[in-house]
Ligand binder design. Sequence first.
Ligand code: DC
Length: 226
Amino acid sequence: MNSKKSVAIDGPSGAGKSTIARRVSEEFGFIYVDTGAIYRTVGLAAALRKLDPKDKAAVVAMLPEISIRLAYGEDGLQHMYLDGEDVTSRIRTPEISLYASGVSAHPEVRAYLMEMQRSLARENDVVMDGRDIGTVVLPDAGLKIFLTASPEARARRRYSELVAKGQDVQYEDVLRDLTVRDENDSTRAAAPLKAAEDALLLDTTEMDFEESCRAVAEMIRERFCL
Ligand code: DC
Protein backbone atom coordinates (compact mmCIF):
# COMPACT_ATOMS: atom_id res chain seq x y z
CA MET A 1 0.00 0.00 0.00
CA ASN A 2 1.36 3.39 -0.92
CA SER A 3 1.05 5.70 2.08
CA LYS A 4 2.06 8.73 0.04
CA LYS A 5 -0.50 11.25 -1.08
CA SER A 6 -0.97 11.86 -4.79
CA VAL A 7 -2.88 14.61 -6.55
CA ALA A 8 -3.28 14.04 -10.30
CA ILE A 9 -4.08 17.13 -12.38
CA ASP A 10 -4.88 16.56 -16.03
CA GLY A 11 -6.16 18.88 -18.72
CA PRO A 12 -5.37 20.53 -22.05
CA SER A 13 -2.44 22.86 -22.76
CA GLY A 14 -2.64 26.24 -21.14
CA ALA A 15 -5.38 25.42 -18.62
CA GLY A 16 -3.04 26.64 -15.89
CA LYS A 17 -2.11 23.18 -14.59
CA SER A 18 1.56 23.86 -13.98
CA THR A 19 1.31 27.28 -12.30
CA ILE A 20 -1.56 26.13 -10.09
CA ALA A 21 0.07 22.78 -9.31
CA ARG A 22 3.35 24.47 -8.39
CA ARG A 23 1.65 26.91 -6.04
CA VAL A 24 -0.53 24.35 -4.23
CA SER A 25 2.31 21.82 -3.96
CA GLU A 26 4.32 24.46 -2.06
CA GLU A 27 1.37 25.23 0.15
CA PHE A 28 1.00 21.58 1.22
CA GLY A 29 4.69 20.59 1.11
CA PHE A 30 4.20 18.09 -1.74
CA ILE A 31 6.66 17.90 -4.63
CA TYR A 32 5.44 19.15 -7.98
CA VAL A 33 6.02 16.84 -10.95
CA ASP A 34 5.58 18.42 -14.37
CA THR A 35 5.27 15.38 -16.66
CA GLY A 36 4.94 17.59 -19.76
CA ALA A 37 8.57 18.60 -19.18
CA ILE A 38 9.58 14.93 -19.44
CA TYR A 39 7.83 14.57 -22.83
CA ARG A 40 9.32 17.88 -23.90
CA THR A 41 12.80 16.52 -23.16
CA VAL A 42 12.15 13.56 -25.48
CA GLY A 43 10.77 16.07 -28.01
CA LEU A 44 13.97 18.13 -27.76
CA ALA A 45 16.10 15.01 -28.28
CA ALA A 46 14.11 14.26 -31.46
CA ALA A 47 14.43 17.88 -32.64
CA LEU A 48 18.21 17.87 -32.10
CA ARG A 49 18.45 14.76 -34.25
CA LYS A 50 16.17 16.37 -36.84
CA LEU A 51 13.71 13.49 -36.60
CA ASP A 52 10.08 13.75 -37.64
CA PRO A 53 8.33 13.36 -34.25
CA LYS A 54 5.58 11.34 -35.96
CA ASP A 55 8.15 8.86 -37.33
CA LYS A 56 7.58 6.22 -34.69
CA ALA A 57 10.39 3.88 -35.78
CA ALA A 58 12.97 6.68 -35.67
CA VAL A 59 11.76 8.04 -32.33
CA VAL A 60 11.65 4.58 -30.74
CA ALA A 61 15.15 3.78 -32.06
CA MET A 62 16.41 6.98 -30.41
CA LEU A 63 15.18 6.05 -26.90
CA PRO A 64 18.01 3.67 -25.89
CA GLU A 65 20.53 6.25 -27.08
CA ILE A 66 19.42 9.08 -24.82
CA SER A 67 19.52 9.65 -21.09
CA ILE A 68 16.76 11.64 -19.42
CA ARG A 69 16.94 12.62 -15.80
CA LEU A 70 14.70 14.70 -13.57
CA ALA A 71 16.08 16.37 -10.45
CA TYR A 72 15.09 19.11 -8.04
CA GLY A 73 17.56 21.99 -7.98
CA GLU A 74 18.59 24.12 -5.02
CA ASP A 75 15.89 26.51 -6.20
CA GLY A 76 13.38 23.73 -5.37
CA LEU A 77 12.31 23.60 -9.03
CA GLN A 78 12.18 20.58 -11.29
CA HIS A 79 15.09 20.50 -13.74
CA MET A 80 15.30 18.25 -16.79
CA TYR A 81 18.59 16.82 -18.02
CA LEU A 82 19.18 15.40 -21.47
CA ASP A 83 22.43 13.44 -21.76
CA GLY A 84 23.70 15.25 -18.67
CA GLU A 85 22.87 18.76 -19.90
CA ASP A 86 20.33 20.92 -18.06
CA VAL A 87 17.69 21.61 -20.75
CA THR A 88 15.03 23.08 -18.43
CA SER A 89 14.68 26.33 -20.38
CA ARG A 90 15.44 24.92 -23.82
CA ILE A 91 12.30 22.76 -23.76
CA ARG A 92 9.98 25.77 -23.34
CA THR A 93 9.63 26.92 -26.94
CA PRO A 94 6.59 26.62 -29.23
CA GLU A 95 8.64 24.39 -31.56
CA ILE A 96 9.45 21.93 -28.79
CA SER A 97 5.80 21.97 -27.64
CA LEU A 98 4.80 20.50 -31.00
CA TYR A 99 7.67 17.98 -30.95
CA ALA A 100 6.58 16.91 -27.44
CA SER A 101 3.01 16.46 -28.59
CA GLY A 102 4.22 14.43 -31.59
CA VAL A 103 6.53 12.03 -29.72
CA SER A 104 4.04 11.60 -26.86
CA ALA A 105 1.59 9.85 -29.22
CA HIS A 106 3.84 6.74 -29.43
CA PRO A 107 2.94 4.10 -26.82
CA GLU A 108 6.63 3.08 -26.62
CA VAL A 109 7.58 6.60 -25.55
CA ARG A 110 4.85 6.60 -22.90
CA ALA A 111 5.95 3.21 -21.58
CA TYR A 112 9.59 4.35 -21.49
CA LEU A 113 8.66 7.33 -19.26
CA MET A 114 6.15 5.55 -17.03
CA GLU A 115 8.45 4.23 -14.30
CA MET A 116 10.14 7.61 -13.80
CA GLN A 117 6.73 9.13 -13.06
CA ARG A 118 5.42 6.31 -10.87
CA SER A 119 8.55 6.07 -8.75
CA LEU A 120 8.32 9.78 -7.89
CA ALA A 121 4.79 9.19 -6.59
CA ARG A 122 5.84 6.07 -4.64
CA GLU A 123 8.51 7.98 -2.79
CA ASN A 124 6.95 11.42 -2.29
CA ASP A 125 3.69 13.22 -1.69
CA VAL A 126 3.10 14.64 -5.18
CA VAL A 127 1.04 17.00 -7.21
CA MET A 128 1.62 15.60 -10.70
CA ASP A 129 0.23 17.24 -13.81
CA GLY A 130 -0.10 15.98 -17.36
CA ARG A 131 -2.65 14.43 -19.69
CA ASP A 132 -3.02 10.84 -18.44
CA ILE A 133 -2.01 11.02 -14.79
CA GLY A 134 -5.42 10.16 -13.33
CA THR A 135 -6.28 7.68 -16.08
CA VAL A 136 -3.02 5.77 -16.62
CA VAL A 137 0.03 6.84 -14.59
CA LEU A 138 -1.57 7.08 -11.13
CA PRO A 139 -4.99 5.41 -11.42
CA ASP A 140 -5.08 5.13 -7.60
CA ALA A 141 -4.28 8.80 -6.95
CA GLY A 142 -6.06 10.04 -3.83
CA LEU A 143 -7.39 13.05 -5.72
CA LYS A 144 -7.87 13.56 -9.45
CA ILE A 145 -8.67 16.95 -10.93
CA PHE A 146 -9.46 17.70 -14.58
CA LEU A 147 -8.61 21.33 -15.17
CA THR A 148 -9.86 23.08 -18.25
CA ALA A 149 -10.72 26.48 -19.76
CA SER A 150 -11.90 27.72 -23.16
CA PRO A 151 -9.29 27.59 -26.00
CA GLU A 152 -9.25 31.41 -26.18
CA ALA A 153 -8.66 31.84 -22.45
CA ARG A 154 -5.88 29.24 -22.58
CA ALA A 155 -4.23 30.84 -25.63
CA ARG A 156 -4.36 34.29 -23.99
CA ARG A 157 -2.60 32.95 -20.88
CA ARG A 158 0.03 31.04 -22.84
CA TYR A 159 0.64 34.10 -25.04
CA SER A 160 1.21 36.35 -21.98
CA GLU A 161 3.58 33.77 -20.46
CA LEU A 162 5.68 33.59 -23.65
CA VAL A 163 5.77 37.37 -24.06
CA ALA A 164 6.82 37.75 -20.40
CA LYS A 165 9.71 35.38 -21.16
CA GLY A 166 10.75 37.69 -23.99
CA GLN A 167 9.66 35.38 -26.84
CA ASP A 168 8.52 37.00 -30.07
CA VAL A 169 5.11 35.36 -30.68
CA GLN A 170 1.71 36.27 -32.12
CA TYR A 171 -1.56 35.46 -30.32
CA GLU A 172 -3.04 33.86 -33.48
CA ASP A 173 -0.04 31.50 -33.75
CA VAL A 174 -0.34 30.54 -30.09
CA LEU A 175 -4.06 29.80 -30.50
CA ARG A 176 -3.39 27.74 -33.64
CA ASP A 177 -0.57 25.70 -32.01
CA LEU A 178 -2.73 25.08 -28.98
CA THR A 179 -5.65 23.87 -31.10
CA VAL A 180 -3.33 21.52 -33.02
CA ARG A 181 -1.95 20.14 -29.76
CA ASP A 182 -5.45 19.71 -28.25
CA GLU A 183 -6.41 17.71 -31.33
CA ASN A 184 -3.22 15.57 -31.24
CA ASP A 185 -3.39 14.98 -27.50
CA SER A 186 -7.05 14.08 -27.31
CA THR A 187 -7.42 11.97 -30.45
CA ARG A 188 -4.30 9.80 -30.18
CA ALA A 189 -4.88 6.12 -29.50
CA ALA A 190 -2.36 5.87 -26.64
CA ALA A 191 -3.52 7.41 -23.36
CA PRO A 192 -5.48 10.28 -24.92
CA LEU A 193 -6.28 13.36 -22.89
CA LYS A 194 -9.54 12.68 -21.10
CA ALA A 195 -10.95 13.11 -17.62
CA ALA A 196 -10.81 10.06 -15.36
CA GLU A 197 -14.30 8.97 -14.35
CA ASP A 198 -13.56 9.85 -10.74
CA ALA A 199 -11.93 13.22 -11.49
CA LEU A 200 -13.34 16.47 -10.14
CA LEU A 201 -13.84 18.97 -12.98
CA LEU A 202 -12.63 22.54 -12.65
CA ASP A 203 -13.25 25.04 -15.46
CA THR A 204 -11.06 28.12 -14.91
CA THR A 205 -12.27 30.20 -17.90
CA GLU A 206 -13.84 32.78 -15.61
CA MET A 207 -11.38 32.41 -12.74
CA ASP A 208 -8.14 34.24 -12.12
CA PHE A 209 -5.02 32.50 -10.89
CA GLU A 210 -5.67 33.09 -7.18
CA GLU A 211 -9.26 31.85 -7.42
CA SER A 212 -8.13 28.72 -9.28
CA CYS A 213 -5.46 27.99 -6.65
CA ARG A 214 -7.97 28.43 -3.85
CA ALA A 215 -10.39 26.03 -5.53
CA VAL A 216 -7.70 23.36 -5.97
CA ALA A 217 -6.34 23.86 -2.44
CA GLU A 218 -9.84 23.41 -1.05
CA MET A 219 -10.24 20.12 -2.95
CA ILE A 220 -6.92 18.89 -1.50
CA ARG A 221 -7.79 19.92 2.06
CA GLU A 222 -11.14 18.26 1.87
CA ARG A 223 -9.95 15.02 0.24
CA PHE A 224 -6.95 14.44 2.52
CA CYS A 225 -8.47 16.04 5.63
CA LEU A 226 -5.60 18.55 5.86
O1 DC B 1 2.02 20.00 -20.39
P1 DC B 1 2.88 20.40 -21.60
O2 DC B 1 2.18 21.34 -22.49
O3 DC B 1 4.25 20.86 -21.19
O4 DC B 1 3.09 19.02 -22.41
C1 DC B 1 3.79 18.93 -23.62
C2 DC B 1 3.22 17.80 -24.47
O5 DC B 1 3.53 16.54 -23.85
C3 DC B 1 1.70 17.80 -24.63
O6 DC B 1 1.32 18.38 -25.86
C4 DC B 1 1.29 16.36 -24.59
C5 DC B 1 2.43 15.64 -23.95
N1 DC B 1 2.11 15.11 -22.62
C6 DC B 1 1.54 13.87 -22.57
O7 DC B 1 1.26 13.28 -23.60
N2 DC B 1 1.30 13.29 -21.37
C7 DC B 1 1.58 13.92 -20.23
N3 DC B 1 1.34 13.32 -19.06
C8 DC B 1 2.14 15.23 -20.27
C9 DC B 1 2.38 15.80 -21.49
